[in-house]
Design a protein around this ligand. Structure first.
Ligand code: FAD
Length: 368
């Protein structure tokens, strides 16, 4: 019998499995035939200090050391590479740009306000008349998401974890001091369950008769258009009101409308109207003259009502742990929230590297 069962094989589930496996036996159960099939495989792959809910920012900072120097043998190449992030604003929205700058200062993100000349030097294809100023975060980085996910898988497997694919959890019930977890392949017993099922977080809790925390999955579509290797040094460019973003990606450009449209938990498909609107806005702001799309996809960014993550033991169900609601920052915060959930499952106190994190902010108890 495994000590711990982790439900979900996205970045959240494998981060928890990697942290728990050295401390007890772990079985991870994933519905799909492959890991990272849903949101984790569909992100923009960025590390941005000045982004996301206030309570998630210390998790990003606390994750940096793992991302920068992952454990020996867990990766074949660096997980991080230089990118930078540039918020851009026209004359009418400078107040908003300054408020983002203040948030960046508070988060210690190292972002600096830059004038229009500097914005245009960084991204020469922006239209002069559309740029009044920018906020540049030079420390923003590209994350190799597949390699990070694989690093957690390697660490977990080496410590003896079993990762079962095509194994949807269909039932959850208390059994003695632990849990009985049902799948089509049979039942499993364990002492603790970690619910890392992303957009399905409330659905999985419901299997155990636990009240939802009010998770809302939000669609976000991204797509690739033809680019040029000469754009390689551009930062990730975001409109100050998040009306669009784009970034170079090899010979292509990754673009998004940066939309947040509510959705039930499912495998979402792109709406071509979202792609068309993003192209219209990017073409208005730049001279890229985008006319064709190479590929497109949609992922669900899942938020709790206060947009903070939900990490910790369910007050009404001992041994049931939430690890959901990562919203738009679930990749860059994964090493830290994996460490936090493991310490909570083990009841071993806040790990030393997480001293800036306040577990009360992310506790599910705030909803009870
Ligand atoms: C367009 C886009 C851009 C983004 N950009 C960034 C970025 O730049 N940086 C960043 O940090 N984050 C970014 N994010 C957010 C990030 O991708 C998510 O926060 C993160 O991937 C969430 O991971 P997860 O493991 O919780 O969810 P998922 O990857 O969705 O994993 C949940 C898993 O649980 C499984 N599951 C569900 N129900 C069951 C069940 N009953 N039994 C077994 N398994 C089950 C699902 O099949 C799924 O595989 C972005 C997201 C999108 C969509």
């Amino acid at each position: 019998m495994p000590d711990f069962i982790v439900i979900g094989g996205g970045i959240a589930g494998v981060s928890a499995a990697a942290q728990l496996a050295p401390l007890g036996s772990v079985t991870l159960l994933e519905t799909e035939r492959t890991l990272a099939f849903h949101t984790t495989g569909r992100s923009a792959a960025m590390f941005v200090g000045n982004y996301g809910a206030e309570g998630s920012r210390p998790f990003a900072l606390a994750s940096y050391s793992f991302l920068e120097s992952p454990p020996d043998g867990s990766v074949d190449a660096p997980l991080l590479s230089d990118r930078g992030l540039l918020w851009i604003s026209d004359e009418t929205r400078l107040d908003h740009l300054r408020s983002i700058a203040r948030e960046g200062d508070a988060a210690g993100a190292g972002s600096v306000l830059v004038d229009a000349d500097e914005v245009l030097r960084l991204v020469p294809k922006l239209r002069t008349e559309r740029v009044a100023a920018g906020l540049y975060e030079p420390n923003a980085l590209d994350i190799d998401v597949a390699a990070l996910h694989q690093a957690f898988v390697r660490i977990a497997r080496r410590a003896g974890a079993e990762l079962r694919l095509s194994s949807p959890v269909t039932g959850l019930a208390r059994k003695g001091q632990g849990w009985l977890v049902s799948t089509p392949g049979g039942d499993l017993e364990c002492t603790a369950v970690v619910n890392a099922s992303g957009a399905w977080g409330d659905v999985v809790a419901g299997l155990a008769g636990i009240e939802p925390v009010g998770l809302q999955p939000m669609r976000r579509t991204a797509f690739m258009v033809p680019g040029d290797h000469s754009y390689a040094a551009w930062p990730f460019v975001v409109d100050v009101d998040q009306l669009f973003y784009f970034r170079p990606d090899g010979a292509q450009i990754l673009c998004s409308l940066a939309e947040e449209s509510p959705s039930p938990p499912l495998d979402p498909r792109p709406d071509m109207a979202d792609v068309a609107l993003a192209i219209e806005r990017i073409n208005e702001a730049t001279t890229l003259d985008i006319r064709s799309v190479n590929s497109q996809w949609t992922g669900l960014r899942t938020f709790a009502p206060d947009r903070e993550m939900v990490i910790g033991e369910e007050p009404t169900a001992p041994g049931f742990f939430w690890l959901v609601g990562q919203g738009g920052t679930g990749i860059q915060t994964a090493p830290a929230y994996g460490a936090l959930i493991a310490s909570q499952v083990l009841d071993s106190g806040l790990p030393p590297g997480l001293s800036g994190v306040d577990p009360a902010v992310t506790s599910p108890a705030r909803f009870r």
